[in-house]
Every structure is written in C-alpha cells, then in structure tokens.
Design a protein around this ligand. Structure first.
Ligand code: PCA
Length: 197
C-alpha cells in the first residue's frame, strides 16, 4: 500500500490566550495515522498570511489531503466544517492587528465552497471513538474560515482534498462555565477523523 500524505495544520494562540488546543493537539499525533504520513504545520492567526503559509507548504508537499484544525471556544464537541464563505469579518483584531469588516477573502471569488473532505464520515468516526462530535455548517468569518476558504479556492478542481475541524477549549484554559475537552481526547478524535478520510 502506498502511503498518502496529509498536511495537518494547527493555529497559534490568539485573543489573549497562551495556548491554542488545535496546535497542541496536532503535536500529540503520531507521524503516521490511518495510512497517511502526517506533515504538521503551525499557522499564524492572521488573515491572508496564515493561508499563504498553508498554500505555500501544500504546493511544496503536494499532499493528498489538507486538514486544518482550529479552536472554537464555547463549542462542546469536535466539529468538522461543511463549508467556507467568502467573508472576512472580525469582532477583534487578528494577531497582526488587522480587523476586517465584511470584506471578501478572495475578491471576485465565489460565495462559498463545500469542504472536499468527508465531513459527515469524520464526524461519525469521532463519535464512534466515544468522543463528542457534530457537523458544523459555519466555520465563522474569522481567520479559520479565511484559511479554509483560501485553501478550497486554491485547490478547487485539483485532487487535493481540503477540510477543517474546530475543537473546544481544553480544561487548562480555565474557562469557567464553558465546555471543554481534554487535550488527549481531542488528539484521539483527530486520529479517528483522519482514519475516516
Ligand atoms: N480559531 C479562530 C482562528 C484561530 C483559531 O484557532 C477561528 O475560529 O477563526
């Protein structure tokens, strides 16, 4: 069996936090999962530049698939994303201080793209691993959506499949009253999702 390649990305901390569970969780994954050789990449929480770094790495690596992971604080489950929209709108500035207000990700680009990874199967696989999962129909309009839209736009019509999973806070972030998931469980859920690709 030939081994496939997966580019998997996690984000830097943002919004005053000191950790981002997405970045920590991908560090815990082994180098090979479900027939995929993993290539891990850390992405800055910056509109445009985050996507450029991911696209540059993908053009060099020619992966079979790209799976991006980000934090969605407040969600209580791991949520594979169904679509990305051509909107940038930030409630607070990104890590470069940029705070767009209803701008396109790609001027003239189509309104939205569906993910090209099997989001429903990934959701089912995470659930089957005994972890909370649900399908999400909005990746928001912040940097995570910017990254997903940009990658889907760049690799549209190619064989490179692209998807995204938002993950909850981890308990160490100390968000009282907000749902969280242990970091190990997030990593286990990601591994289950990759096995479903
Ligand atoms: N979550 C943010 C950006 C980086 C991250 O981990 C988002 O959902 O857009």
């Amino acid at each position: 069996m030939t081994q496939k390649t997966l580019l998997i990305t996690g984000f830097d901390p943002f919004g005053g936090e000191t950790v981002n569970p997405s970045r920590e969780a991908i560090k815990l994954l082994p180098d090979t999962v479900g027939g995929y050789r993993l290539h891990k990449l850390e992405i800055p929480v910056e509109f445009g530049r985050g996507a450029e770094i991911a696209i540059g790495a993908a053009e060099e690596l020619s992966p079979d698939a790209i799976l991006c992971v980000g934090l969605a604080g407040g969600r209580q489950a791991m949520t594979p994303e169904v679509l990305a929209v051509n909107i940038r709108d930030a409630g607070s500035p990104d890590n470069a201080g940029y705070k767009p207000s209803f701008e396109p990700v790609v001027p003239g680009g189509r309104e939205a793209y569906f993910t090209t990874l099997p989001a429903r199967e990934m959701t089912a696989a995470i659930s089957a691993a005994g972890l909370p999962a649900s399908l999400s129909f909005s990746a928001g309009v912040y940097v995570c959506n910017d990254l997903l839209y940009s990658l889907l736009h760049r690799f549209a019509g190619t064989e490179v499949r692209v998807g995204f999973i938002h993950v909850p806070f981890i308990p160490e972030q100390g968000k009282k009253g907000k749902p969280s998931m242990p970091l190990n469980d997030i990593a286990k859920g990601l591994a289950a999702a990759i096995e479903a690709l």
